[in-house]
Design a protein around this ligand. Structure first.
Ligand code: NAD
Ligand code: GLY
Length: 378
């Protein structure tokens, strides 16, 4: 991490490009202010034919006109699919609305889908693109911090099942990711904090210099300083691109990107999708995973305190919710056994060993239960 960037604020805000290297599925992530309305952001993407912008009722009034205006100069027709907002709608019924609209408008195989929104829209549009007519091209236009630093990059697409998060989906890469940093200025504070959880994640798993940089800049990030946000998005995307470039379909290494997610997904499913934001659950989940790393002798208590303090400064919850007053640990464990990383019913956790590196390992139920109990009070 370049922590002593001496370039001017203007040059740090000029568009940046991060390449994700996946042979014939390689693509660029563009990062900059105002990219949504700039024609050069779309150069080289398929033109002519139909573009379908998939978005939701919150994002549409903010950015749909701007994207439509730019795409109208490239495509013969630009259609809109406006979905209900929120994690609770990341399901079959809502996905079906996309297919209904594509078929009703006779969209062919050359139709390009544009996902305009946060991770929910990106994941659902990507899954629709992967499966409509067995695959049509799509572009990610992420408008939340979480989507810009994580979900729009790497080709994981999915919907939720009542029994588990992101259980139905496909690996399907976009043609490009266009991160317009200006869109982050309209994000609710709680959503900005949720995105910071995924930014923080990259430090412990891959780059302790980045963790130190985040600690130094967390106040600037929380107040949405454009230069700090640009650097955070760029470094996060660089780390994610490196990991995904080595393990696109998560046969091993990519699982480290799920640091905090095993606990986090249990919170989301256990509390009901949408009650905790994904990033909030990941923030709390990372503190729990750090505690587990300590319990397994992989890190010391200073590391746990350091991470917890940063997660708190980002405005994220650190106290684990009670998922079942009668058998809390039992409920947590049963939810975590549905995690995609579980093998033959054995939960596999991402633990830090040592700080800056992550590994996968199982843990005894009794140890996990102690971590849950220790995390359930302030
Ligand atoms: P989200 O998509 O629900 O967006 C959060 C909220 O912000 C929504 O209400 C949305 O409408 C609103 N919003 C979006 N952009 C806005 C803007 N610019 N201004 C104002 N409001 C705006 O949530 P999210 O945090 O972006 O994404 C979470 C989802 O991403 C989860 O479903 C999670 O599973 C998924 N995810 C996927 C991956 C992956 O690799 N595919 C990685 C991480 C998370
Ligand atoms: N967010 C985890 C991954 O993309 O693998």
């Amino acid at each position: 991490m370049d922590t002593t960037d001496s370039r001017s604020a203007d040059s740090q805000l000029s568009p940046q490009r991060v390449r994700i290297d996946l042979a014939e599925r390689s693509y660029d992530i563009l990062i900059g202010a105002g990219l949504l309305g700039r024609e050069d952001s779309y150069e080289g993407l398929p033109a002519g034919g139909t573009a379908v912008i998939v978005t939701n009722t919150v994002v549409a009034p903010l950015y749909l006109d701007r994207l439509t205006a730019t795409l109208s100069r490239r495509h013969t027709r630009v259609l809109h699919v406006v979905l209900p907002d929120g994690e609770a709608h990341k399901d079959w019924q809502t996905l079906q609305l996309i297919f209904d609209a594509l078929l009703a408008s006779a969209c062919d195989r050359k139709t390009v889908l544009y996902a305009l929104g946060g991770g929910v829209i990106g994941d659902m549009t990507g899954f629709a693109a992967a499966s409509y007519m067995r695959g049509v091209p799509f572009v990610q236009v992420p408008t939340t911090l979480l989507a810009q630093v994580d979900s729009s990059v790497g080709g994981k697409t999915a919907i939720n099942h009542p029994q588990g998060k992101n259980m139905i989906g496909a690996f399907y890469q976009p043609l490009r990711v266009i991160c317009d940093l200006e869109t982050l200025q309209t994000l609710p504070d709680r959503e900005l904090s949720a995105g910071l959880a995924e930014v923080i994640k990259y430090g412990p798993i891959a780059d302790m210099a980045f963790l130190a940089w985040i600690e130094d800049h967390i106040d600037a990030l929380v107040r949405r300083d454009p230069v700090a946000l640009a650097q955070a998005v760029k470094r996060s995307c660089e780390i994610k691109a490196l990991v995904v470039g080595q393990d696109e379909r998560e046969s091993g290494l990519r699982a480290i990107l799920n640091f905090g997610h095993t606990f986090g997904h249990a919170i989301e499913a256990g509390m009901g999708y949408g009650a905790w934001l994904h990033g909030e659950a990941v923030g709390c989940g990372m503190v729990m995973a750090a505690r587990l790393s300590e319990a397994l002798g992989r890190v010391d208590s200073r590391f746990v305190s350091r991470l917890r303090s940063l997660v708190e400064r980002a405005g994220l919850p650190c106290v684990a919710p009670v998922l079942d007053p009668d058998d809390n640990a039992g409920r947590w464990l049963s939810l975590m056994r549905v995690d995609k990383k579980a093998e033959a019913g054995e939960i596999r956790f991402v633990v830090i060993d040592p700080p800056g590196r992550a590994v996968m390992c199982p843990a005894p139920d009794a140890t996990v239960a102690r971590v849950i109990a220790a995390s359930s009070h302030a």
